[in-house]
Design a protein around this ligand. Structure first.
Ligand code: C2O
Ligand code: CU
Length: 465
């Protein structure tokens, strides 16, 4: 277990203690009867030290008047019905997409494709039963660079009684903000960056706090549920304490793997178990080691007498019921991720950035219009498919597929293949084989989760009939 080599650079700043059990944020569990009220609304949050409060976009649960923190953590149970009523109190249309959940197409939250826009003052009922446990997240699928950029990225925890019990659980929602020193939003992107790796934020937060500190039982096993919900940033996580990866993108590793560093792209999640130090007051640092200036994401401080847990007590998480594709009979479909020279873009109720820089199979997505382009492929329900995906660009792209989970069969850039996933962080020039069973009917978006890439062409969809 290598220690963080640059740990001296990783200094915790803010110190906000949260409870052992849930970490920061509000937790909510759906009852069986009335749907939860999820109100999309404006709020204010203190994000810039010395600056004014920022006017954010977020969701409030029920009547919570003036939301000021990260969106509520939505807690669901595997195999149990969940229902929310989204009410739009913003001044523009919105929807909710449940990233990673394999639910019916009509609940997928893509305007013009799976549902109508939810206009200001309107409501929409989402009801579904999550088939898988794990760490997921939710966000709008309309004018996303603005709505997500201004706050609308929340974490979903789907619990299962089959999981091992930990001494504490901490949920971390990682994201940046593009703010000026006065706390006001600045231009959401720069075209020249959108045509490259994407435009980074200026303020980096976990749970809308800068380097928050959490308390955890000394010598205990802590389950971290980390979601990279930023519109651009790819993280390289490192932890300066014994830690192991339990699950990636909601799917369990067959056996926990010691954490060295872990790349996590926009849309991806990691469940990690950390063994806390034995001494009261000892601090564990979760850092971002990407680039030349590592920084602290959050810290954990050990509290109480040591529980003296053995890291090997953290067994594997329960597997989700993902179908196994029949590779021999699978039809193979190429997916080429490219840059394009075309510089036109359609207008859309859900916002257009006004540029086209990217394409999938040579077709740039024209925006969320009533007549989208044809599907990349029409798949037969129940059949197996292998996608031969090729990143023909010098940039990494977190490619996300809605409504289904795929297996990564091979890659020219990896020695260790991750568990089944909904989002592959495709490395520059990576070529990989992705296999799935087309077991969920409907139109499912496939797009880069660097939102500037998605909104400038790197988006399409698969049709399963
Ligand atoms: Cu996180 Cu189109 O989704
Ligand atoms: Cu991309």
């Amino acid at each position: 277990m290598p220690a963080l080599t640059r740990r001296t650079l990783l200094k915790a700043s803010a110190a906000t203690a949260a409870s052992f059990a849930l970490g920061a944020g509000l937790a909510a569990r759906a009852g069986t009867a009335a749907p939860l009220a999820l109100n999309a609304r404006f709020g204010t949050a203190k994000l810039v030290e010395g600056g004014a409060e920022t006017r954010v976009m977020t969701w409030a649960l029920g009547d919570e008047a003036a939301p000021s923190g990260a969106p509520p953590i939505l807690r669901m149970r595997k195999g149990q019905p969940f229902a929310v009523r989204l009410r739009n109190e913003l001044d523009e249309p919105t929807t909710v997409h449940w990233h990673g959940l394999r639910i019916p197409n009509a609940m997928d939250g893509v305007p013009e494709m799976t549902q109508a826009y939810v206009y200001p003052g309107d409501a929409f009922d989402y009801a579904f039963t999550p088939p898988d446990a794990g760490t997921f997240w939710y966000h709008p699928h309309c004018n996303t660079l603005t709505q997500m950029g201004h706050g609308m990225t929340g974490v979903i925890v789907v619990e299962t009684p089959d999981d091992p019990v930990f001494d504490a659980e901490i949920v971390l929602n990682l994201r940046d903000w593009r703010l000026g020193a006065d706390g006001a939003f600045i231009a959401p992107f720069k075209p020249r960056d959108a045509a490259r790796g994407g435009t980074y934020g200026t303020v980096r937060t976990a749970n809308w706090q800068r380097a928050p500190q959490f308390e955890a039982p000394a010598g205990g096993l802590v389950r971290l549920r980390i979601a990279a919900t930023d519109v651009t940033r790819i993280y390289t996580l490192g932890i300066d304490a014994p830690a192991a990866i339990l699950a990636l993108d909601s799917n369990a590793l067959a056996a926990p793997r010691l954490l060295d560093t872990l790349d996590l792209g926009p849309g991806q999640r990691a469940d990690i178990v950390v063994r806390m130090p034995d001494g009261e007051g000892q601090v564990v640092t979760i850092g971002n080691l990407r680039g030349s200036n590592p920084w602290t994401i959050a810290t954990l401080v050990a509290r109480g007498a040591s529980l003296k847990r053995d890291q090997r007590d953290a067994g594997p998480l329960a597997a989700n019921p993902i179908a196994h594709p029949d590779i021999a009979s699978a039809q193979r479909i190429p997916l080429d991720v490219t840059a394009t020279a075309e510089h036109t873009a359609g207008t859309s109720i859900c916002g257009s950035l006004g540029y086209t820089f990217w394409a999938i199979n040579k077709v740039p997505w024209p925006g969320d219009t009533p007549d989208p382009v044809a599907p990349l492929a029409e798949l037969k329900l129940g059949q197996s498919y292998v996608f031969e995906i090729a990143n023909r660009t010098p940039h990494a792209h977190p490619i996300h597929l809605h409504g289904l989970t795929f297996h990564i069969l091979s890659s020219n850039k990896r020695t260790i293949l991750p568990p089944p996933t909904d989002t592959i962080l495709l490395q520059p020039d990576e070529q990989a084989e992705l296999a799935l069973v087309a077991d969920n009917p409907g139109d499912w978006m496939l797009h880069c989760h660097i939102i500037e890439h998605q909104k400038t062409g790197m988006s399409s969809f698969l049709r399963i009939v």
